[in-house]
Design a protein around this ligand. Structure first.
Ligand code: MN
Length: 269
């Protein structure tokens, strides 16, 4: 039996140590194909390059550098570069957590989302990273060992259509276990730093440092705080079911609310 294909990407760029470690560690589970941005594209979320062509260079065998975003890379990887359909897409391992609301900004998570949109099982992987932390090879190994075990489980179990896994690995001390979690609430300092350029015009640096988290039971933030690897199942359906139930009670002056036919039928019976 031929080995499954595993597509790897990231948002820190093809040179990133986290990506290299994962590629090496996962190589016994399948044929690893790397399609990654040619430079760092962190916090690009699901940006998709439509205003110019993309260039792709095979920098070494099986390693493809693209001058685009993580979503571009996974799209190209799945539709063009991989000769057989991947059984798994892994995005990471990101240099820094992607917890709580980070998932909306993260290029790492977007790489996995792009795979999930195309019905390919996927996980995003992120590793704790902060100033003053030493980034030894062992730090990446710990994350890579967990991802290896979880990738094996994912290949065996599969994931439902429209879902993906968001994995966060704390690094100090090395995690003793893992926990299935929900997204918590990460809090950053609101910050807009206004400065003046040489011509007297204003410019802005936006985004402040992380400042803790909200108290959400069972959250990803609690798990990593407790020294555990966090695995959050994410769904692509952002519809708020509860609100969808409540909103038909609204009055929108001058317009009739048309009930959904199926919903109407359900109510009559
Ligand atoms: Mn990154």
């Amino acid at each position: 039996m031929s080995l499954p294909t595993i597509l790897l990407s990231n948002d820190d760029g093809i040179q990133a140590a986290g990506l290299r470690t994962l590629a090496r560690r996962l190589s016994d589970l399948g044929d690893v194909v790397v399609v990654a941005p040619d430079r760092e594209r962190s916090a690009t979320s699901h940006a998709f390059t439509l205003d110019r062509p993309l260039r792709c260079e095979e920098v070494e065998k099986g390693w493809h550098a693209v001058d685009g975003t993580p979503a571009d890379c996974v799209y190209l990887g799945l539709l063009k570069i991989c000769t057989t359909k991947p059984s798994l897409v892994v995005s990471g391992c990101n240099h820094g957590f992607n917890l709580g609301s980070d998932v909306f900004y993260s290029g790492t998570v977007a790489g996995a989302v792009e795979a999930a949109l195309r019905d390919v099982p996927a996980m995003a992987v992120s590793l704790e990273w902060s100033r003053g932390m030493r980034h030894t090879p062992e730090v990446f190994e710990t994350a890579a060992n967990f991802v290896h075990a979880l990738a094996r489980a994912t290949l065996a179990e599969g994931l439902p259509v429209g879902t993906l896994l968001n994995v966060n690995v704390p690094q100090r001390p090395p995690p003793k276990g893992y926990q299935w979690t929900r997204l918590g609430k990460r809090v950053y300092r609101d910050q807009v730093d206004e400065r003046k350029d040489l011509r007297g015009r204003h410019y802005y640096w936006i985004g402040g440092p992380a400042e803790g988290h909200g108290d959400v039971t069972g959250s990803d933030l609690h798990a990593v705080r407790d020294g555990l690897v966090s695995v959050t199942p994410l769904g692509l359906d952002l519809t708020h079911a509860g609100l969808l139930e409540k909103l038909p009670g609204w009055t929108v002056d001058g317009f009739d609310a048309v009930a959904h036919k199926d919903l109407h039928k359900e109510r009559r019976t």
